[in-house]
Design a protein around this ligand. Structure first.
Ligand code: NAP
Length: 333
């Protein structure tokens, strides 16, 4: 079966314009990709004309050859987001460390959607690799959206974690995300707009539930996203921050925290999570919490936060912090 598919798939690569892809591969690599393609070959489907696509595109730019750069796209949420965005008609640049997994995702998407997919093998914990991706974000004028998704977790209890690994987690989840955003923004502003989707976590608002340093990195992403939204919304920079709850991906294994320890009713399928996140994007949300049934609860939380603002910075301490003498003096006035 596989050999008989060979010419058809090679032809498919070539007609899609992926000469680079077809010719750069060694015969055994091509065979591997063909095996992959044979399993996954389904009719190409494009959601052109879909209202969601129109909304999504309207929020980027009108460039029909636009590209979306997604970090952490070799598995889980990033790979599914890549699939969905290609099906919406976007070309892609996928970033992660594992070339084999990245290539497999790219090939599958190219075959299923006909979109062009470039891969960049980069370890965002390495300064030189990160700089290469920043360079692409700074110079590639076809990029209309950045999905900051790459991230890792850590074991639940602080002292079970290796502090050097925690530091690398902070560098990936927070520092790399800031640097990539910083690199892409000037071009977006120059070209009249763009979109930034940051994958945070519900642990950013409840860090006490699992590893607190991980939660703190996600709180950072939420805070940074808020500031981006405030600073750039009027300049046509669309910012969305997504707060997934527990989602069934490799994340848990990498974090040495078995997913089985989370009650099943709390774990969302990764496809559903990504589809909900994109529905939130289409609805114009700044913050998307895929599982939250009643948005009014979030609105109440946000209203309470806003209510704090006028009193968070005043010239004198609150009465409860004053010394007894000061309180007596105040009462005698
Ligand atoms: P995943 O399947 O483990 O995906 C993580 C991705 O990040 C992989 O593609 C991985 O690829 C990439 N990555 C890891 N370290 C990297 C590095 N140093 N440089 C470049 N890429 C790197 O897990 P996931 O659940 O999809 O995670 C995606 C995002 O969702 C993360 O930010 C995570 O914090 C967030 N999130 C996940 C959950 C959940 O329950 N799964 C919940 C809330 C938020 P390589 O190994 O090939 O580099």
């Amino acid at each position: 079966m596989i050999p008989s598919l060979f010419p058809a798939i090679l032809d498919h690569f070539l007609t899609l314009g992926h000469h680079r892809l077809a010719h750069q591969l060694l015969p055994e690599q091509l065979l591997l990709r063909m095996k992959h393609a044979a399993v996954l070959a389904v009719p190409c489907f494009q959601e052109v004309g879909n209202g969601h696509l129109a909304a999504f595109k309207a929020n980027m730019t009108n460039n029909s050859n636009d590209r979306v750069l997604i970090t952490g796209a070799s598995s889980g949420i990033g790979a599914i987001a890549a699939d969905r965005l290609a099906k919406r008609g976007h070309d892609l640049i996928l970033v992660a460390r594992d070339r084999e997994r990245l290539d497999a995702v790219a090939t599958r998407i190219e075959i299923q959607t006909g979109r062009s997919v470039e891969v960049i093998v980069a370890d965002l914990n390495k300064t030189t690799d990160l700089a290469r991706v920043e360079e692409v974000l700074r110079n590639d004028v076809s990029i209309t959206a950045l999905v900051n998704n790459a991230g890792v977790g850590a074991p639940t209890r602080l002292l079970d974690a290796d502090v050097d690994k925690l530091e690398r987690m902070i560098d990936l989840n927070a520092t790399a995300l800031v640097r990539l955003t910083y690199a892409v923004l000037p071009g977006f502003l120059k070209r009249g707009g763009g979109a930034i989707i940051n994958i945070a976590s519900v642990l950013g608002i409840v860090p006490e539930l699992l590893n607190g340093v991980y939660g703190a990195t996600k709180a950072f992403v939420i805070a940074f996203s808020r500031s981006l939204h405030k600073e750039f919304a009027e300049r046509n920079i669309r910012v969305q921050v997504v707060l997934p709850g527990a989602t069934a991906t490799d994340f848990w294994g990498t974090a040495e925290t078995p997913l089985q320890q989370i009650p099943r009713e709390m774990v969302m399928n990764a496809d559903d999570m990504v589809d909900a996140a994109l529905a939130g994007f289409d609805q114009g949300e700044f913050i998307t919490i895929p599982s939250l049934p009643d948005l009014a609860v979030w609105d109440a939380y946000e209203t309470a936060r806003q209510k704090l603002i006028p009193n968070l910075s005043l010239s004198s301490p609150a009465a409860r912090y004053r010394t007894t003498r000061e309180r007596r003096e105040l009462q005698s006035l």
